[in-house]
Design a protein around this ligand. Structure first.
Ligand SMILES: Cc1cc2nc3c(=O)[nH]c(=O)nc-3n(C[C@H](O)[C@H](O)[C@H](O)COP(=O)(O)O)c2cc1C
Length: 210
């Protein structure tokens, strides 16, 4: 796997910031978790090499939407609804990486459900997007940006679109793209880290009253 270990480019454990990597697809044999693991390894290279090296609490929380049982949508109302089983994990995160496929020129309904079931948990935090698809997932990125803006989530300028990532798997089934894509991920995470610190400070020092 090609992963940067540049300390300045990752959300290093020393920074005390927590990132939720959210994998949005739920299909059987889906690609999402493979890409999410690639992102998680870039965020926390030590834990990727040796899971025993992971800090407690871990700085990276992998949320696979397929593993989340959300309440029935009939209970949803503006601003959220009954507390979901992942609400605390989302609330604890300082930043998000949305890992999403493109389905019919957008991101999947499964990811939209997770987003709609939460509100305050997202607000005034940063996110970046790693999308993928036959064409690279750029429509999914664009649609997600608009929805996240409505939730007062700041998205990084850079977002990554992976074209047909299933053609770049190594012998262990891990995503192993060329160096340019790994550098792109590093750049996105560097930006995310900057925003995560800035917004964590702002949430603490300058609460938004609206
Ligand atoms: C219902 C459906 C619609 C799709 N539409 C698109 C599309 O609009 N653009 C694209 O690039 N790929 C599209 N694809 C291909 C997916 O991006 C690709 O199969 C990807 O692996 C799906 O992610 P997943 O395996 O995590 O579910 C579509 C796939 C599905 C299942």
């Amino acid at each position: 796997m090609s992963v940067s270990t540049d300390q300045n480019s990752s959300l290093s454990p020393a920074a005390g910031l927590r990132v939720a990597v959210i994998s949005g697809s739920v299909r059987k044999d889906r690609m999402g978790p493979t890409i999410a693991r690639w992102v998680a390894a870039a965020l926390d290279p030590a834990a990727a090499l040796d899971p025993a090296a992971a800090l407690d609490p871990a700085p990276v929380d992998l949320i696979d939407v397929a593993q989340v049982a959300l309440p029935d949508d009939s209970l949803l109302y503006p601003g959220g609804g009954p507390k979901s089983e992942v609400a605390d994990r989302i609330a604890t995160a300082d930043a998000f990486v949305f890992v999403t496929p493109e389905y019919n020129h957008s991101y999947p309904a499964s990811l939209k459900r997770l987003i709609d079931w939460h509100y305050g948990e997202w607000r005034l935090k940063p996110a970046t997007v790693v999308a993928y698809g036959v064409q690279g997932g750029h429509a999914a990125i664009a649609h997600l940006r608009g929805v996240l803006a409505e939730l007062s989530v700041v998205t990084t300028r850079r977002a990554l679109g992976l074209r047909a990532p299933w053609t770049s798997l190594d012998d262990h089934g891990r995503y192993a793209p060329d160096a340019e894509l790994s550098r792109g991920l590093t750049a996105s995470l560097t930006e995310l880290r900057w925003w995560a610190q800035v917004l964590a400070d702002a949430r603490r020092d300058r609460p938004l009253m609206t």
